[in-house]
Write a protein that binds this ligand. Structure first.
Ligand SMILES: [Zn+2]
Length: 375
């Protein structure tokens, strides 16, 4: 499928299009169903109308894309374009890749993501690449490199000792870290202020790792600073307690949420908190498990997360799609999340794609509202 990477500014064609793309099929943005013989009329960088039936107005140049299906530009609400780790792992990425190389790797990942049909991403932390995500966002905006529209969280905020890389010798106290490590309310507040000052569109916190980490007070200070700047906070949280801490502190979205119990999901529903379940990576882990022990672990995690997802849907929690691409071989496969989250159900996939498309205009208006859901 191809993705339309331009805005649909209006269903009514008031501008003067100079170009028309035709194809075999397109997802109709109004109904979410496939329709034949679309004609996409473009004026400069904007789609000004989508019609069906195949006829192109006089004087408009036609580009026929052939036997393909056109999709609207999609949104990925959880990615890490600066995640450039290879098979040798996270610590090796920090050791062997300069910041310049990280930025160039990020640009390559941005291109892959755009060409996979995702025209907007929420980049929820840059994995130890300083502020390369801000530079990449701005370079894409300026047209220097191809990529999706980015909303960036910069460095993320975690408690000391509870984010990658793990197992580094304590003698190497200056070894680079994948997030900004803090301890205490004032350090949390300072990190938030620094990141906002350096161009963050949102903040990302690690409310837990294997156990709840940032305290409610620390989280509250971060949310408070973000709100002053009219920014939102995304919280990594898998455990119910960490989710509760984050929701109490006022975050906007919970990332993963794999172990959330029903009362916690009900709290999220009441407080209108988004869930970004990132379950595609769990399907990948199951498919690539190398031995019995790994397969057992992957199966258990998969079962727990999908049980949580079923509960979240039944309760009516707002759900958004994000693939959590964080390594070299994951970028550009963002659509796996949509397939996984819908249980490979083609009808639901169409619904999600439809809603992804409709949310786009809301994103444009709000400046920062990249989360989309399905019920
Ligand atoms: Zn992530």
């Amino acid at each position: 499928m191809l993705a339309l990477s331009l805005f649909v500014s209006s269903a009514v064609c008031t501008a003067s299009p100079s170009l028309a793309f035709t194809a075999a099929r397109a997802v109709d943005l109004e109904t979410g169903v496939l329709r034949s013989d679309p004609v996409v009329l473009v004026d400069g960088e904007r789609i000004v109308a989508v019609r069906y039936g195949g006829s192109v107005p006089d004087g408009v140049r036609r580009v026929d894309l052939g036997d393909v299906t056109l999709l609207p530009g999609l949104i990925d609400a959880h990615t890490h374009l600066l995640g450039t780790a290879g098979a040798d792992g996270y610590a090796a990425m920090l050791v062997h890749q300069s910041q310049a190389k990280r930025a160039l790797g990020g640009a390559a990942n941005a291109r892959k993501t755009l060409f996979a049909g995702f025209t907007t991403v929420r980049d929820v932390e840059n994995e130890g690449s300083a502020y390369a995500d801000v530079a990449l966002r701005d370079a894409i905006k300026a047209g220097l490199v191809p990529g999706p529209r980015m909303l960036v969280a910069t460095r993320a905020i975690a408690v000391i000792g509870q984010y990658y890389p793990f197992g580094v010798s304590p003698d190497l106290s200056d070894f680079p870290r994948g997030a900004q490590m803090v301890s205490g309310v004032e350090e949390a507040r300072r990190a938030a202020r620094e990141q906002l000052g350096n161009g963050a569109d949102l903040l990302k916190v690690y409310a837990d790792w294997t156990y709840p980490t940032l305290t409610v007070e620390e989280l509250r200070a971060i949310v408070e600073e973000a709100r002053k700047a009219n920014r939102r906070v995304a919280a990594h949280a898998r455990t119910s307690q960490a989710i509760r801490n984050a929701v109490t502190a006022g975050v906007t979205s919970i990332e993963h949420g794999w172990l959330a119990d029903k009362p916690t999901l009900e709290l999220m529903k009441r407080e209108k908190i988004w869930l970004v379940p990132t379950v595609g990576v769990l399907e990948d882990a199951l498919a690539s498990a190398k031995d019995e022990a790994a397969k057992k672990r992957a199966t258990e995690r998969h079962a727990a997360a999908f049980a949580m997802l079923r509960n979240a849907r039944a309760i009516g929690v707002r759900i958004a799609t994000g693939y959590d691409a964080g390594g070299d071989d994951e970028h550009g496969h963002n659509a796996r999340e949509i397939v996984a989250i819908t249980g490979h159900d083609a009808r639901l996939i169409a619904v999600v794609v439809h809603r992804l498309a409709r949310q786009r205009s809301g994103l444009a208006r709000a400046g920062m509202q990249p989360l989309v859901g399905y019920a």
